[in-house]
Design a protein around this ligand. Structure first.
Ligand code: ADP
Length: 187
C-alpha cells in the first residue's frame, strides 16, 4: 500500500518525481495545481475563483483545495494508493486531510520532502517559465510563491516529522539520482 505525499517548495521537482513514482507503483498522482489549472482552462466556477490567487502566486483558499482532494480521494482508483502532489500546503489542509483519511480508514505511509536551496529554485522556475510559459512563472510571482511556501507550507515538515512519517530527500542532483533516493527512502 502506497499512500504518499510529495512535498517541497515550488520548483523542487515534486511533480516530475511523482510522475515517475506513480508509474512504478501504478497509483494515481493527484496534483492540486494541475486540477486547478484544468479548471481555469475550462473556465469552471472554481477555475474562475482560483485564477486570481494563482496568477498572483497566492494559495487558493483551503476550502477549495480541501474540496478537490476530498472528492478525488473518494474515487475507487485511490483505494490502492496515491501520491498527493502539492497538497497539503497549510496546517489547515493537513488537518483536513487527516480527518478525511480517518473517516475513510486510510493511513499515510510516507511524506517525501524534496529539499532545494532558494536560489536554485528561482533559477529553475525562471528557466521553466521560458519552456512551459506558465502564467505564474515570472520573477515577482515566484518570490511570492516562495514566501508563501516558507510561511505556510514549511511548517508541515515538522508536522509530519512529529507524526513519524517524514522522509527527507535532497532535491539537487539528476532526475534519476533523485528518483533512486526516493525509492530507497520508501523502502
Ligand atoms: P508550484 O509547486 O510550482 O507552485 P503547483 O502546480 O503545485 O506549482 O501550484 C500552482 C498554484 O496552484 C499555486 O501557486 C497555488 O496558487 C495553487 N495551488 C496548488 N495547490 C494548492 C494547495 N494545496 N493549496 C492552495 N493553493 C494551491
Amino acid at each position: 500500500m502506497k499512500k504518499l505525499i510529495f512535498m517541497g517548495p515550488p520548483g523542487a521537482g515534486k511533480g516530475t518525481q511523482a510522475e515517475t513514482i506513480k508509474e512504478k507503483f501504478k497509483i494515481p498522482q493527484i496534483s492540486t495545481g494541475e486540477i486547478l489549472r484544468e479548471a481555469v482552462k475550462n473556465s469552471t466556477p472554481m477555475g474562475l475563483e482560483a485564477k486570481k490567487f494563482m496568477d498572483a502566486g497566492d494559495l487558493v483558499p483551503d476550502v477549495v483545495v480541501i474540496g478537490i482532494i476530498k472528492d478525488r480521494l473518494a474515487e475507487p482508483d485511490c483505494s490502492k494508493g496515491f501520491i498527493l502532489d502539492g497538497f497539503p500546503r497549510t496546517v489547515e489542509q493537513a488537518e483536513a486531510l487527516g480527518k478525511i483519511l480517518r473517516e475513510t480508514k486510510m493511513d499515510l505511509d510516507a511524506v517525501v520532502n524534496l529539499a532545494v536551496p532558494d536560489q536554485e529554485l528561482v533559477n529553475r522556475l525562471l528557466s521553466r517559465a521560458k519552456i512551459e510559459g506558465r502564467a505564474d512563472d515570472n520573477e515577482e510571482t515566484i518570490k511570492n510563491r516562495l514566501k508563501n511556501y516558507n510561511d505556510k507550507t514549511f511548517p508541515l515538515i515538522d508536522y509530519y516529522r512529529k507524526e513519524g512519517i517524514l522522509k527527507e530527500v535532497n532535491g539537487v542532483g539528476s532526475m534519476e539520482e533523485i528518483t533512486m533516493e526516493i525509492l530507497s527512502v520508501l523502502g
